[in-house]
Design a protein around this ligand. Structure first.
Ligand code: SF4
Length: 238
């Protein structure tokens, strides 16, 4: 039902919900059913912002994107992917040179270690090709569930929910889950979002988080799903 918020059809926005164990998963699923078509219409081009041509490039770009803007990563990878075209190029490179080449993405030492560690594992254990399962991706140094889900969902076409900061924040405000822990949240969202929509749903929340539902000051008056949002115009729930 469109219109006013309803305590019977939307999950309670009470922070005590988690403690009380009264979280209504059916209502959260209904919430997904109502907001998804609106977000699809609002963001018809919602997709990943990182530029890549193959799973290896997306893996590297995702590692570089930690604490860095996608725009910056795309600027850096434009030349980087010409210089390092294969996993063995990364595996055999001088670590100091990698650091220099990715310096402007920040945290360049740790990122270089992760990239080269992952590349070496890909060469040694996977014949130079990025593996296409969660289990295998998680064996790569520096690759956690979020990165693995980004790669699975966008480079392999496997339905995957990547719980980044926007997905976590919006899921809390929209009361899609009682959990902020990314692993638990991913599991909760997997229960209430149709599997075919997993990857798209992540993109829709990320687009909405970037454009309207900002971390510090969400633009609730302009929000197309405000009528369904328990946190609309409620700073205490942001
Ligand atoms: S109504 Fe406000 S808090 Fe809720 S999703 Fe929209 S912008 Fe975010």
């Amino acid at each position: 039902m469109a219109g006013k918020k309803s305590s019977t059809t939307t999950p309670k926005a009470d922070k005590n919900t988690e403690k009380a164990g009264t979280f209504d998963k059916a209502a959260a699923a209904e919430q997904v059913r109502r907001i998804t078509p609106i977000l699809r219409k609002t963001y018809p081009n919602a997709t990943i912002a990182l530029h890549f041509a193959n799973p290896l490039e997306l893996l590297i770009a995702t590692i570089l994107s930690a604490q860095c803007t996608d725009v910056r990563v795309n600027l850096v990878t434009k030349d980087l992917f010409k210089k390092y075209a294969s996993a063995s190029d990364w595996a055999n490179a001088d670590p100091k040179q990698i650091e220099e080449d990715i310096r402007t993405c920040g945290f360049y030492h740790n990122k270089a270690v992760s990239i080269q560690g992952a590349a070496r594992k890909i060469v040694d254990d996977f014949g130079g090709k990025v593996p296409g399962t969660m289990e295998e991706l998680l064996t790569l140094p520096g690759v956690g569930r979020k990165t693995a889900n980004v790669v699975l969902g966008n480079a392999f076409g496997v339905p995957a929910i990547a719980c980044d900061t926007h997905v976590i924040r919006l899921s809390r405000r929209l009361q899609l889950s009682e959990n902020s822990d990314p692993v638990k949240l991913e599991s909760d969202l997997a229960d209430i979002v149709p599997k075919r929509d997993w990857t798209l749903f992540s993109h829709l929340l990320i687009f909405h988080g970037r454009r309207i539902c900002a971390a510090r000051k969400p633009h609730c008056p302009e929000c197309p799903i405000a009528q369904y949002c328990p946190a609309a115009n409620r700073p205490d729930l942001w």
